[in-house]
Design a protein around this ligand. Sequence first.
Ligand code: NDP
Length: 476
Amino acid sequence: MESNAQTRHRVSTNGKQGTTSNNNNIKSSSATGQWGRAWRVDVWTFFGCLFVLFVCPILPLTFYASCTHHECSLVETAYSVWSGSLDFSLPAVSGFAARTYFTWIAFQILLSALPDIVHLILPRYVGGIQPGAVTPSGRVNRYNINGLQAWLITHILWAANAFYFKLFSPSIVFNNMGAFLVLSNITGYCLATFCYIKGRLFPTHENDCKLSGHFLYDYLMGVEFNPRIGCWFDFKLFFNGRPGIVAWSIINLSFASRQYETFGHVTDSMILLNFLQAIYVIDFFWNETWYLKTMDICHDHFGFYLAWGDLAWLPIMYTLQGFYLAYHPVELGVIKSSLILLLGLVGYVIFRSANSQKDKFRKKKNKCKIWGKKSPEYIECSYTSSDGVRHQSTLLVSGWWGVARHFNYTGDLLGSLAYCLCCGGDHILPYFYIIYMTILLVHRLYRDEHRCKCKYGEYWTLYVQRVPWRLIPGLY
Ligand code: NDP
């Protein structure tokens, strides 16, 4: 199997390694075309569904109430729940907040429809019309990639209206947080319900729909793989990336502004947090084409998990540290700030370089350099889509993908820890994010490996043998 240029592996019919010149002869579990979402709904999955559908929506409200009524102390909040004194009444929604919220969504839809011009000015940024991955039914969707442009326009307009025209306060999000919380929840539930009905009655691509036979599971995990309206409005790309991730950096700026209004200055921790999370957000839009090849787009169907998660969970729970710091200013000092900055940057570099290695390799295969090595090692594999067509693919074994099978997650977790550390050690509430990300990414890791095993069969087993560690070499 050792060729001059690269180590390649093919798997023969009996699963043993060997050279085969004709991949069409290969039979593996991937040959059944059963990859994509088709999870068995057992009793644990059922309780998991109940938890996500009915418990998760309570968490953002509880955390909001904790900061507004109990100085962000979860212990005091828990005590007030226990003693029955927690104020469970929903925050009021003013006409202004409702108009602002729906104008925001409409504006982001408008921006998503514009042709991308940023890639003409910044040649290294890849935008414009880009193909996605092959879906389980063998389709390749095309996407209008213009996230960086949308992010830039939104931020310029926000700054101009807040500071120059003074149309609204820069702390507008903080001032209307309770109302936005209610509105985003309602919108999230409506969107999830609409997508469930659409998937059942008028799906965009029928062959890419999945039904488990269990209503709650299908509602949560989605029926349609890529719901669309017309050619270009793709629900997954839009709701996953905008309006929540564009809002992320605006929300953080709003919290910084509130801190300034209340305490007369912005703390080093708030600046550091804004900086680290802005890198993550800008990176997301700079690399939006890469996002087309991630699990969100390539694996997950569009249901409550993504619809409500993107609209209601992300803008509240991903920005908890800034919300906390708006109430509790923390001065870190030079040494702590530098150490947290270092941790955040190391996490980001691992996250970005691991994701880029895979992206670059998938585009250029053996023609790309990884860690200075001219010929990356990889496993050549094939799989079958449900239309019976055989496709070729590759699994990278060099770089971070040879260190652990999900080292991009490890980088993400280090970065997430850095965000939390910005908030000091007085309260547990801002550390919710690292706990949540660990659960999310470990669960995701198992879902992804299940999918890859179904898709690639013995090829995946071979990859696991070559790279035995999931997240941390020598440990897990
Ligand atoms: P990956 O980007 O790791 O994509 C997984 C897919 O990559 C697999 O399904 C497989 O797809 C392919 N693949 C797996 N192993 C290899 C290999 N060795 N060589 C080449 N291709 C391989 O996962 P995610 O989409 O989950 O995550 C993307 C990034 O987004 C991560 O860095 C993660 O940390 C981050 N993330 C952040 C979240 C947040 O809320 N902040 C939430 C979720 C993710 P294929 O079918 O193409 O072979």
